[in-house]
Design a protein around this ligand. Structure first.
Ligand SMILES: Cc1cc2nc3c(=O)[nH]c(=O)nc-3n(C[C@H](O)[C@H](O)[C@H](O)COP(=O)(O)OP(=O)(O)OC[C@H]3O[C@@H](n4cnc5c(N)ncnc54)[C@H](O)[C@@H]3O)c2cc1C
Length: 661
């Protein structure tokens, strides 16, 4: 029986068409739909309660699943697109993620054609398994502080890779601890006693015969991480080198090279190419954010429609918690954010392709802007998603704290996204530097491009005032864009003015860094809002689909406007009355979205297998499932718990004796 059938009947739009919008195209929907069902119905991918497994068992289980996934991909002759969907739906953080997500892109982005020809076929066939070994015990964000050395030996035409200090130990690379045979290792290049900065080297770590570490290599796992199951399926590792020798041609030499006679030279390929890889990796992280958030929101929305508390009138049923305005005010902006992040992620994929094409034509004009924008969006979307998953847990009350809700695990797996591939605050500071540079160049005739082009309208934006007179005026895209642009410009200009008061700019940057981060956030929120609005300019078929997306877009920007109204008021763009009208419109949109909420999360098309949540199950039959699951807990495998007679009974006996009962 479908306990959410009545909710589904309320939908005012074509859910099947919305599924296609969410997937990106009909083709993408069909592939995703087919592969998600294939995974859900294959007993080899059964979801176990990972939290109940000890670490060794957990890891073994993950190895089995990842290997099984690999086998299925081969047996079924899946295309690369299908294979990547399969790995996604198997949903087990494993060495394969980093092999495909970091090791392969690093070789593609930084290896010469010859190096790619040699290493990529081995990596594609998984005859070697690779990790990405950059971070060390002593340094992560500050890459220039890495201490591992790669010293060129002209006698033997080799590099000697060495870890000179404890803090130079590689620390964190996923897949390194137990599985990888190779790594792209980042180290300081030294030739003839002279330093040439940090470079990547392909280093074999373990034997391809018996998988033992090669001489001079000390490697292991760094230990348990946050949560019990979660990211502990991954073998994040520690690695030390004791004068390990590798051939010269294993330095990744697309951008800079070391010749046979020990000369260091830049190749024809410009250094900026490395940014292309970063843009690629970060756009995948933004796509992951929309996925993780939509998953949490599905669980919280379905459960909020099932759960009833208070408000019974004349003996009727109690109120569904989704009908409380406070619940809507916490849940619907997250639902809207999931869609917003999806669309900005799609646009980032376009941006990556555009940047790649331009780079091939030696056009680097858009690269700094693309770099700042991917760094900022990675930061903005992962922070909002991590916070959003935790909010969804709270939206599910007590039951959200049970592992069977799927939310604790989702949170524990997701939250390191705020740290890996660049700490979110450090990334926002990079965006702020870019903003300050743009402001400083405004008078020079250099035209700001792409997502920063609004800075070209600085004179107008600095003077402009909001013209909203009634709540519905907040539905005009041009009005909304101007509000977000004016806020972003004014915050950036205010930072630039304050910075100019310092004689030492770096001192000023450090002192004002908290304000700079806020200006960067304002800029990034503008990007997300504008890409959502752009999406709505496209032809979107299907009854009511566009209207629902318009309502979600409105919720996204009006919620931000309400949350950050201090910014908008302080920059004098809005009056308090106009801010209040924005809030009135926001409430009206909640009412519009409410009957469609369950259908809007159905549009993500997640199987129960993928959701892994009793609270989020499609049929809404939550209570019997929770009750049954409780009895499967290992603690319930006998009536009297192990340890009771040993520890509790003697104490009890003692108490009974003293109390003379
Ligand atoms: C689950 C997980 C997987 C990972 N996988 C890999 C991997 O596969 N390969 C790999 O090489 N690495 C990996 N890492 C490491 C990761 O990339 C680093 O942890 C990350 O870059 C942050 O660096 P850090 O640890 O040095 O943090 P720190 O830079 O030490 O951050 C500590 C605090 O200092 C603040 N801070 C730092 N610098 C500044 C500044 N200039 N101004 C203001 N505040 C600052 C930060 O905001 C943060 O609050 C992984 C990490 C995790 C958690």
């Amino acid at each position: 029986m479908d306990y959410l059938a009545d909710e589904r009947k309320k939908a005012e739009f074509d859910v099947d068409e919305m599924k296609i919008v969410w997937a990106g195209s009909r083709h993408a929907f069909e592939v995703s739909d087919r592969i998600s069902k294939l995974v859900a119905n294959d007993p080899g991918f059964r979801k176990d309660t990972r939290t109940m497994l000890a670490r060794k068992e957990l890891f073994k289980n993950t190895l089995r699943k990842a290997a099984y996934a690999w086998k299925r991909i081969h047996d079924l002759h899946l295309s690369e697109e299908e294979a990547s969907r399969l790995r996604f739906y198997v949903d087990e953080p494993a060495y394969t993620d980093l092999h495909w997500g970091m090791f392969v892109p690093a070789i593609k982005g930084q290896g010469t054609d010859e190096q790619q020809k040699k290493w990529l076929p081995l990596a594609y066939k998984m005859q070697i398994i690779g990790c990405y070994a950059q971070t060390e015990l002593g340094h992560g964000s500050n890459v220039q502080g890495l201490e591992t050395t790669a010293t060129f030996d002209p006698q033997t035409d080799e590099f000697v890779i060495h870890s000179p200090t404890l803090t130079s130990s590689k620390w964190w690379p996923g897949g390194l601890g137990k599985v990888s045979t190779h790594g792209v290792v980042y180290a300081r290049l030294i030739i003839n006693g002279e330093e040439h900065g940090i470079h990547g080297f392909i280093v074999q770590l373990r034997s391809l015969e018996d998988h033992l570490p090669l001489p001079g290599v000390t490697v292991g796992d760094i230990g348990m991480k946050f949560g019990n199951g979660a990211y502990n399926t991954m073998d994040n590792g520690v690695l030390r080198f004791d004068h390990v020798r590798i051939p010269r041609n294993q330095m990744l030499m697309r951008v800079s090279q070391v010749t046979r006679d020990g000369k260091y030279k830049q190749s024809d390929v410009p250094r900026q190419l490395v940014y292309g890889t970063m843009v690629y990796v970060r756009q995948t992280i933004v796509a992951d954010a929309s996925c993780a958030l939509s998953r949490a929101v599905t669980i919280a929305t379905r459960y909020s429609a099932v759960r009833r508390q208070f408000g019974s009138q004349n003996g009727g049923p109690e109120t569904q918690v989704i009908d409380y305005k406070t619940q809507q005010n916490r849940l619907f902006p997250l639902l809207a954010s999931a869609y917003a992040f999806k669309f900005v992620g799609e646009w980032l994929t376009w941006l990556y392709n555009d940047v790649t094409q331009r780079l091939q034509a030696s056009d680097f004009s858009t690269l700094p802007e693309a770099h700042a924008c991917t760094a900022g969006l990675k930061s903005l979307t992962t922070t909002a998603t991590a916070d959003g998953i935790e909010e969804c847990r709270k939206l599910c009350g007590g039951h959200g704290y049970l592992c069977s809700s799927g939310l604790p695990e989702l949170f524990a797996v997701y939250v390191p996204a705020c740290t890996y591939e660049g700490d979110n605050t450090v990334l926002l500071l990079q965006v702020a530097r870019f903003l300050m540079k743009t402001v400083s160049q405004l008078g020079s005739g250099k035209k700001p491009l792409g997502t920063i082009s609004y800075m070209g309208k600085i004179e107008h934006l600095m003077q402009s005032r909001c013209t909203v007179q009634k709540a519905e005026d907040w539905l005009k895209p041009s009005q909304v864009l101007e509000a977000f642009e004016a806020r972003a410009v004014k915050m950036a200009v205010s930072c630039a003015k304050n910075l100019s008061k310092f004689t030492n700019p770096e001192e000023g940057f450090a002192e004002l860094s908290a304000d700079l981060v806020e200006a960067a956030v304002a800029h990034c929120q503008l990007i997300v809002v504008s890409k959502f609005i752009d999406k709505l300019q496209q032809d979107i078929p299907g009854k009511g689909v566009k209207q629902q997306l318009e309502a979600l877009c409105g919720i996204y920007y009006l919620y931000l406007l309400h949350k950050h109204q201090g910014d908008f008021l302080a920059t004098s763009y809005l009056t308090p009355k106009q801010a209040a009208l924005a809030n009135d419109q926001l409430r009206a949109l909640y009412t519009k979205v409410r009957p469609n909420a369950v259908a809007l999360v159905d549009s993500f098309n997640y199987t129960d297998h993928f959701l892994g949540s009793i609270l989020g199950c499609y049929d809404g039959n939550v209570y019997p499932k929770l009750y049954d699951a409780a009895w499967k807990d290992p603690l319930n495998d006998s009536v009297v718990p192990e340890g009771y007679h040993e520890y509790v009974r003697p104490l009890l006996k003692q108490q009974l004796h003293t109390a003379k009962l």
